[in-house]
Design a protein around this ligand. Sequence first.
Ligand SMILES: Cc1cc2nc3c(=O)[nH]c(=O)nc-3n(C[C@H](O)[C@H](O)[C@H](O)COP(=O)(O)OP(=O)(O)OC[C@H]3O[C@@H](n4cnc5c(N)ncnc54)[C@H](O)[C@@H]3O)c2cc1C
Length: 523
Amino acid sequence: MAPGWKTAYRDWAAAGWNGVAGPTDWGGQGLPHAIGAVCTEMWNAASMAFGLGPMLTVAAAESLAAHGSEELKATYLAKLISGEWMGTMQLTEPHAGSDVGALRTRAERTVDGSYRLTGTKIFITYGEHDLTDNIIHFVLARIAGAPSGTKGLSLFLVPKFLVKEDGTLGERNDARAHSLEHKLGIHGSPTCVMVYGDRGGAVGYLVGEENRGMACMFTMMNEARLAVGLQGVAVAEAATQRAVAYARERKQGRTPGMDPTASVPIIAHVDVRRMLITMRALTRAARTVCYATAVAIDRARRAADPAVRVAGEERAALLTPVAKAFSTDIGSEVASLGIQVHGGMGFIEETGAAQHYRDARIAQIYEGTNGIQAIDLVTRKLPMAGGAVVTAYLAELREMIDAVRAANDPAFGATAPRLAAAADALERATSWLLATLATDPDAALAGATSYLRLFGATAGGCMLAAEALAASRQADGAADKPGRIAIARFFAENIAVQAPALAEIVTEGADAALTGTAGIGRS
Ligand SMILES: Cc1cc2nc3c(=O)[nH]c(=O)nc-3n(C[C@H](O)[C@H](O)[C@H](O)COP(=O)(O)OP(=O)(O)OC[C@H]3O[C@@H](n4cnc5c(N)ncnc54)[C@H](O)[C@@H]3O)c2cc1C
């Protein structure tokens, strides 16, 4: 690891940050997921390459807590929650990326009840390092004779060092990093090719039941998908802060009517301010979607009323792909604008603007590409409960818009009518997709990415307005009232206005997309 990281990691873990939302029975602080989300954003804004390791450890601990045997929990859970040991999450193989069901890593049952794993995993985040004394790998593999596809996958806990009965570390397991990838960004995060079974098989312990590995992995993946969405927000926030600071310092040009020999900080130029407010508005909109997802997860897990828990689970399921893809697209867009604000200096590494851009890009790819998230939203999440889950959510967005309209505060400008038009567009596109999915699935999929953007922009716009309205009801000077209203209004009038066009791509664009792309790939 890079110099200084070991100390930074150990100090960070010793201060209890790894276990913010972890279960108290195993040494966690038991705080709501919403608090965990806020912390995740801050760590990743400071360094995404650093934040990524703990993110996967927390997700792995979550899966072990939900599905592991008491024996496995007793040996590993407290150490994963405290961060004394870190965890990894291993699905990807050379021929099995988005298509996880194609993976070939094998697991053989042994007489003592453990398994021996053989195979190769690629792109494994924090697969090897010296930040912690042990690394606990969570590996998807197929037990001999299991069905093909995802239905035949099982999840295994494979420690780097085997743990003796007294809890001390024993032999090195037959699991090794074969090489490190050279990447576009997140250079501080070791991404490894992992090899299992060079010496007869890596010892692994089943988590959950045989062939139910995807269900266990999904506990981890949903957690990780929201966290990756938060990485998008985090990089966007860091890029925005850096760009604002630069725009205040860099002097260039004049504003109309000024002394021709003087120059102004570039923040005085309308186009630079346009970029900065766009960065801020997009970042905050993405943040609202991520926080709303975290709150839904809290309701799903903590509400006393079972009906509220079910509604929370459904809401979290609906919003997770939007939180992941919308926020990470925004992470890249905002980081790109950040470079633009810096001009040529943005392209030069020393300002740090380029690093945000390089780091942000992976978040659109890992934890299920953003294309796969859009497909998940359209094909699995919209049809939940016959469309009732998304319909209830749309009704809630309408209530937010009605409240802004009813407030009748001129500072909101055209926020309410613009958001109402966006909600109409989202409703149109949703009804069209629900009707078309069964009859013409390709047409529905052609607009899936535009639909996800439409969903995120409408939801984010409404939540920004609701947040600004709440701030407007606080005493003057509290909660940055004018700033919040200005951002909500800008988002509604300059960004959410794209919603009707996005809806049109969904409902009218499929034919051109499908006929136009039919020839692509022909040589
Ligand atoms: C830095 C880094 C860290 C990573 N960390 C981990 C990790 O810790 N653990 C782990 O298991 N993996 C990890 N990954 C792997 C990552 O999750 C995969 O790269 C990702 O899921 C995409 O798989 P792929 O690269 O094989 O792309 P492919 O699946 O080949 O996809 C290529 C393109 O085709 C599209 N596509 C593929 N299938 C479909 C489909 N059915 N419908 C529509 N479009 C489709 C994709 O959206 C994408 O645009 C990491 C990758 C990187 C680069």
